[in-house]
Design a protein around this ligand. Structure first.
Ligand code: ARG
Length: 564
């Protein structure tokens, strides 16, 4: 119902950035909105005047018997009291819906590009963030009925492969590569960069080997295919562990054959100009530095491949949005891509496709420095997941859960992985996030284990109850019961907010609030021992809360376990 109210106000006043929230203080009603302030600013009018307009509009367009009263408070708050019958109706809607918050199929296709690691290199924490955030965003879009195309844009092309081929030919060790390909490749890169300091000619060799690869040289091609296969196999293991899947893994190399045509398009459109042998796109009008589409030696670039890529995506999928879940560090790159795409007429208002850089910050260690392992290099993903699961194991064993060995193992996995994911998803993705093991794995506070534990507790109540009676709202208790119903009613509008901002932390924080409320509810109010009618109402509340928690966790890519 919060979503309905938001939509009514939007219809009246346009798509501004206001919200309808649950009031923190019951003296200010069940809900309140800041719409009047936001709109007063935009329309340069007084908030009190707009608040009046909002009130009369709400009264006119909301379903009948919806508002107990709507109060306007200086300097422009609109506080809303709902009628008993509106709350009861909403409760019935929540309880009878197959899956609360889920929406029907929509026609729009949204491409969500995430993960996108580079082959022949271990994935780093940045790729992990992209994978976790992208997956949560794609899950939410699908839940809201959009067709999400999950795209892992593999970094499988570029001059670095020339270097790797040189290094392999000089120092490569087949058995080592077979044992642990990504580590072996990583070592070869390191060796190359060390050697190049004293043998600068190696750089040129690297360029030559890459050129040979580009021209289709058999030996190099074979090596490259091997590097790629071995890498993808390793990546698949990681995705398996994370429980993440993709619809396509088309990578940079795929666009090799489109590059001439892409450059042609740029030249024909008159946006690319020769400059000292290279081809440059001037982006002055966008306040951006020029982008290079072709190097003076004829080599193409990351930029050009991305232009070919966006062109292809629009042609093949006719998406309404293309999301690039990539670190902040590439902001300039994407600004240049989006500006060029607009100049080429691929995108723009009337084309109905919006490219969006869904950016995120760094991962910091506990001391606030860039996250790294003891040896100083970026910590590997495996290492991190391993550490988290080990810690989860210790904590769960100390808690004496009474779980059988097999189930405990599953729970350890869910908690270890959930902690890493939730730590990422509960923080605003734009900011650098801090890695704090203790907080991540704490059973109290804003953490995955806390939410998982809450879910398991609710399930235990439901198991004890055995049968959940059909909902009879005739005696829906006063607050705190009502407060939980309204909290549950907020869920769909939270999902909409995630969709509009591509920020999963709104969902994470909502789940945390819901968990806190339902926890204190069942600790303070009798559920199983309440009188029969109230017991029925409360069991239904507990059930709906458990289901909503599970839905939300699942959207975040986190498993809800039945016992813990
Ligand atoms: N592979 C790149 C990297 O690891 C990320 C790719 C980002 N996506 C894109 N369309 N350029 O830095």
């Amino acid at each position: 119902m919060i979503k309905i109210l938001t939509e009514i106000i939007k219809r009246q006043l346009g798509d501004s950035d206001f919200d309808v929230r649950i009031s923190e203080n019951p003296e200010r009603g069940h809900l309140s909105t800041n719409a009047a302030f936001v709109l007063a600013k935009e329309k340069k009018s007084s908030p009190m005047k707009i608040a009046e307009e909002v009130r009369s509009h709400l009264r006119k367009h909301a379903p009948t018997d919806f508002f107990e009263k709507i109060e306007i408070v200086e300097p422009g708050f609109v506080n809303i009291w709902l009628t008993d019958s509106a709350i009861k109706k909403e409760f019935r809607k929540i309880v009878t819906s197959k899956k609360w918050g889920k929406e029907g199929k929509k026609k729009e296709t949204i491409i969500v590009e995430y993960s996108a690691p580079n082959i022949a290199k271990p994935m780093h924490v940045g790729h992990l963030r992209s994978t976790i955030i992208g997956d949560a965003v794609a899950n939410t879009l699908e839940f809201l009925g959009y067709q999400a195309v999950r795209w892992n844009y593999i970094g499988d092309w570029g001059t670095q492969f020339g270097k790797l081929i040189v290094a392999y030919k000089l120092w490569g060790d087949k058995t080592k590569i077979k044992e642990d390909p990504l580590r072996a490749f990583g070592e070869l890169y390191v060796k190359f960069h060390e050697e190049v300091k004293t043998h600068p000619e190696l750089d040129k060799d690297g360029q030559e080997e890459f050129l040979k690869l580009e021209k289709g040289n058999k030996e190099n091609r074979k090596l490259w295919i091997w590097f790629k296969k071995a890498s993808l196999k390793e990546f698949a293991k990681v995705y398996d562990k994370l429980g993440v899947r993709f619809n396509t893994q088309i990578g940079e190399s795929f666009f090799e054959k489109e590059l001439d045509a892409t450059i042609d398009l740029m030249v024909k459109a008159g946006i690319a100009k020769e400059s000292e042998g290279a081809l440059i796109v001037d982006l002055d009008d966008f306040g951006l530095p020029p982008a290079m589409a072709r190097k003076s030696d004829g080599g193409t670039l990351y930029f050009t491949r991305d232009i070919a890529n966006i062109h292809y995506r629009i042609k093949e999928y006719k998406p309404s949005e293309i999301l690039y879940v990539v670190a902040n560090e590439q902001t300039l790159h994407f600004s240049q891509i989006f500006a060029t795409a607009q100049l080429l007429g691929f995108t723009g208002e009337e084309k109905g496709v919006k490219p969006i850089h869904v950016k995120f910050g760094l991962v910091l260690g506990e001391e606030g420095k860039k996250f790294s392992s003891r040896e100083g290099r970026g910590i590997g993903l495996d290492e991190m997941l391993g550490a988290s699961t080990d810690l989860a194991q210790k904590i769960l064993e100390a808690r004496k859960t009474g779980l059988k060995k097999k189930e405990l193992k599953e729970v350890v996995k869910a908690v270890g992985l959930g902690a890493v994911k939730y730590n990422d998803l509960s923080q605003n993705r734009m900011s650098d996030i801090v890695f704090n093991w203790e907080k991540m794995l704490s059973f109290e506070g804003n953490s995955a284990p806390y939410l998982q534990y809450t879910y398991a507790r609710l399930k235990s109540i439901l198991r004890k109850a055995k049968r959940i009676p059909k909902l009879d709202t005739s005696i829906l208790g006063e607050s705190p019961d009502t407060a939980i119903v309204i909290k549950l009613a907020e869920f769909p509008s939270v999902l909409t907010r995630v969709k509009e901002s591509y920020m999963p932390h709104y969902l994470a924080n909502y789940l945390y609030e819901l968990a806190k409320e339902i926890n204190s509810f069942y600790q303070n109010e009798p559920v199983l021992s309440a009188s029969s009618k109230l017991r029925g109402v409360r069991l239904n509340l507990v059930k709906a809360s458990a289901e909503t928690l599970k839905t939300g966790l699942t959207l975040l890519g986190i498993e809800a376990v039945e016992r813990m």
